[in-house]
Design a protein around this ligand. Structure first.
Ligand SMILES: *[C@@H]1O[C@H](CO)[C@@H](O)[C@H](O)[C@H]1NC(C)=O
Ligand SMILES: *[C@@H]1O[C@H](CO)[C@@H](O)[C@H](O)[C@H]1NC(C)=O
Ligand SMILES: *[C@@H]1O[C@H](CO)[C@@H](O)[C@H](O)[C@H]1NC(C)=O
Ligand SMILES: *[C@@H]1O[C@H](CO)[C@@H](O)[C@H](O)[C@H]1NC(C)=O
Ligand SMILES: *[C@@H]1O[C@H](CO)[C@@H](O)[C@H](O)[C@H]1NC(C)=O
Length: 672
């Protein structure tokens, strides 16, 4: 029975002993629910922060572990102890100094007589009396001459006195480059920092270590001193914190977590459990210490990079945005990406501009992937119903293979814009050779070869390909010349596109005046016959070196080239209309020239039925057939009057007029 009681009391004793041990050690990751002895303006915030001061002037705040801890063994030897805590001094004006705080070991929690401000709430004067029995580790942010402070940002060990026995500027030995690599810390940066205080009872070694929060404890302490505490501490001492505010800047002193152990190393704090500091709107802060701002800087830089990347991606997407509809998928191989074209043309820079035509600008480029030289034509359009047909048509045109047809490599669509990619033609368009005085004039043989080339291209389109293709816009500026001055007919079907999607500011562009067959302007329907009409105008243009429509300078009257040639034909002076740069030395050239001029008039006949077919035209040009001796009655027509009579009134089907026409006068025409 007694043994049972003995056992019972033994367990009771064990339990009490365990409790006692627990009382000496604690580990507070945040202070939510912690029982602390608070006074002054100290409080525990709802988030679990120990807030020692609250931005009230000239006040002190204290917080103590509620029960005193044993600091001496029964034999009277000073025990070892170890503590660590995370603190932050947060102030609105981080560049203005404010008062610091201290960890303290005190015989009493009643520090009501202690003074605020520079006394840190510890003492009531500079009275350094052994009777105080106060040990403190100060985190001081003001340089007080009276206490012989080393600077305004230091850590010190205070024994009974604010005059520190040992002190060092705040910081830590990172041990990064060398063992004694020192990194300073700004105590009132507002950033949480951790402090370790370790005292070994045996050799009286007193170590103070600090580091930015989240970092492991530096192996080398900031302060390491021998301190004889035997006459300072009593058997039982209170441990806690003290902080004060001054008269000017009122910071808030926070403790986020605190762990303490007698005769052992304090348990480490769990950062995941620590409460968050409130974020204050702060004035410009320039923390001195690299690590303090390294993390925010890294986050900021990262955010900046992410933002920059997003902006870049968005800009690129806008820059290279295309319109691609489902129905276009089948045209895949003919579709170019806008990015490729943008890169090929160096961003459509003006120095790559080959020309500005009625339908848009043409740029020279080199496709990066294949190194092929291309001409990219940018045509603005309004997406309309015609687009689908048009793309189908240009893609089918891309399949056209003829030595005199400009090869369309593909296309790209953007909002309000169509880009057509052609083989690059080093010699540009024919009209430049006809009208640009800086270019060498083409001799008749060259011109005749070009004419035959264009004729064979039209024949191919009209009769030799799998389906009939109507060009709609045959003219000198749509004839391109390769390196050997071979003609390549280009710009198929654009007139049709522009009919479907016109710019409301201009009238409908469906062709070029002077090349338009009267029945086309009347009915608006392009046929192979209207192409032959345009080809007739083209023949006269090449032979005469003049545009099909000449506006007399100073007068309203327009003179059609065909009328003028006809007049000369009637007067039997048709060769006088030739380009005066062309000589008549060779008999053969003169005969070809006369034939071409007459054929041009024949093809320009207002009656579609009166025009020869392309195959016949080809036969005339090849010399396989001679031009019939046309009666002048048959050829008796006046182009402008017919245009007028047949309803051409400049209404809704006008038209791009070549720019340079206005400067030539009919008198000069007749003079030549
Ligand atoms: C500071 O704390 C004291 C005591 O808890 C309180 O009376 C005072 O209103 C507080 N001041 C501020 C600015 O929070
Ligand atoms: C604190 O000490 C002062 C005198 O030093 C005394 O007047 C006051 O009552 C004490 N307060 C407490 C709570 O013990
Ligand atoms: C210093 O402290 C001692 C003991 O507490 C006291 O007797 C003395 O008057 C104090 N001196 C001053 C100047 O406060
Ligand atoms: C104090 O730091 C030194 C290293 O500088 C170390 O050897 C010693 O054990 C430390 N003492 C305590 C009590 O932590
Ligand atoms: C520590 O201080 C006490 C009392 O002042 C003294 O008796 C003891 O010798 C000192 N210890 C050392 C190692 O100096």
């Amino acid at each position: 029975m007694s043994s049972i009681f003995t056992l019972f009391f033994f367990f009771l004793f064990l339990k009490i002993a365990t409790c006692g041990v627990q009382n000496n050690n604690f580990n507070l990751n945040g202070f939510g629910g912690a029982k602390l002895d608070l006074d002054g303006i100290a409080s525990i915030t709802p988030e679990g922060l120990l807030r020692l001061t609250n931005a009230t002037r000239m006040k002190a705040g204290h917080a103590f572990h509620p029960v005193p801890l044993r600091f001496k063994s029964p034999a009277g030897e000073t025990l070892s102890f170890s503590t660590t805590f995370v603190f932050a001094i947060v102030s609105k004006y981080s560049d203005v100094s404010s008062h610091g705080m201290a960890f303290l070991v005190s015989p009493t929690v009643n520090l009501s007589t202690a003074l605020p401000s520079q006394y840190l709430g510890l003492f009531n004067s500079e009275n350094c009396s052994a009777a105080n029995h106060v040990l403190a580790v100060e985190l001081d942010t003001i340089e007080n001459q009276e206490f012989a402070d080393i600077n305004d940002n230091h850590v010190g060990i205070d024994v009974n006195c604010l005059k520190s026995v040992y002190s060092r500027p705040a910081g830590y030995y990172s041990g990064r480059a060398t063992d004694d690599q020192f990194e300073s810390l700004n105590l009132h940066s507002g950033e949480p920092m951790q402090v370790w205080v370790d005292f070994a009872g045996g050799d009286m070694q007193f170590n103070v270590t600090m580091s930015p929060a989240q970092m492991p404890k530096p192996s080398r302490p900031l302060l390491s001193a021998t301190v004889n505490l035997s006459s300072v501490v009593y058997d039982q001492m209170y441990v806690g914190f003290s902080a004060t505010t001054g008269s000017s800047n009122q910071p808030s002193h926070y403790v986020l977590g605190w762990s303490f152990m007698v005769n052992g190393e304090a348990e480490s704090l769990d950062y995941r459990k620590l409460p968050q500091l409130p974020r204050l709107p702060r004035s410009k802060q320039k923390p001195k210490h690299i690590v303090v701002w390294l993390l925010p800087l890294a986050i900021f830089t990262f955010a900046l990079m992410v933002a920059a990347t997003v902006i870049l991606v968005v800009r690129r997407r806008i820059k290279y945005a295309e319109v691609l509809e489902d129905w276009e998928k089948e045209y895949g191989p003919h579709r170019f990406s806008y990015k490729d074209l943008y890169c090929a043309t160096d961003g459509f820079k003006d120095n790559g501009l080959l020309g500005v035509g009625g339908f848009g600008r043409v740029y020279r480029g080199v496709l990066r992937a294949s190194n092929i030289e291309v001409a990219v034509k940018r045509v603005s359009h309004k997406s309309g119903q015609g687009m689908k047909e048009f793309v189908a048509e240009i893609v089918s045109i891309g399949k056209l293979r003829h030595r005199n047809v400009a090869h369309l490599l593909g296309y790209c669509r953007r909002k309000g814009e169509l880009l057509l990619v052609y083989d690059y033609m080093p010699n540009g368009s024919l009209d430049k050779y006809l009208y640009d005085q800086t270019r060498p004039s083409l001799n008749w043989a060259q011109r005749f070869m070009i004419i035959k080339g264009v004729a064979s291209a039209i024949l191919y389109l009209h009769e030799e390909w799998e389906q009939v293709v109507v060009h709609r816009d045959i003219k000198a500026s749509n004839v391109l010349l390769d390196g050997e001055l071979n003609a390549k007919l280009g710009d198929f079907g654009l007139a049709r596109l522009c009919k479907h999607g016109t710019d409301p500011r201009t009238t409908r562009i469906i062709g070029t005046i002077g090349y338009l067959a009267p029945e086309f302007t009347r009915k608006g329907k392009a046929t192979t016959m209207s192409d032959i009409f345009s080809f007739g105008a083209f023949l006269l243009e090449v032979a005469c070196g003049r545009r099909p429509l000449v506006v007399e300078a100073g007068e309203e009257e327009q003179v059609f080239l065909v009328d003028w040639v006809l007049e000369n034909w009637k007067a039997r002076t048709v060769l006088a209309t030739r380009d005066q740069r062309l000589g008549l030395e060779e008999e053969r050239s003169a005969m070809e020239m006369e034939m071409v001029l007459k054929l041009g008039c024949l093809c320009s006949h207002p009656m579609p039925e009166a025009r020869p077919s392309m195959r016949r035209v080809m036969q005339f040009l090849d010399g396989d057939k001679t031009l019939p001796d046309l009666s002048l009655a048959y050829m008796s027509f006046s182009y402008p009057s017919l245009m007028q009579n047949q309803g051409y009134d400049g209404g809704d089907c006008i038209v791009s007029i070549p720019i340079s026409v206005a400067t030539v006068s009919t008198s000069s025409l007749n003079a030549r």
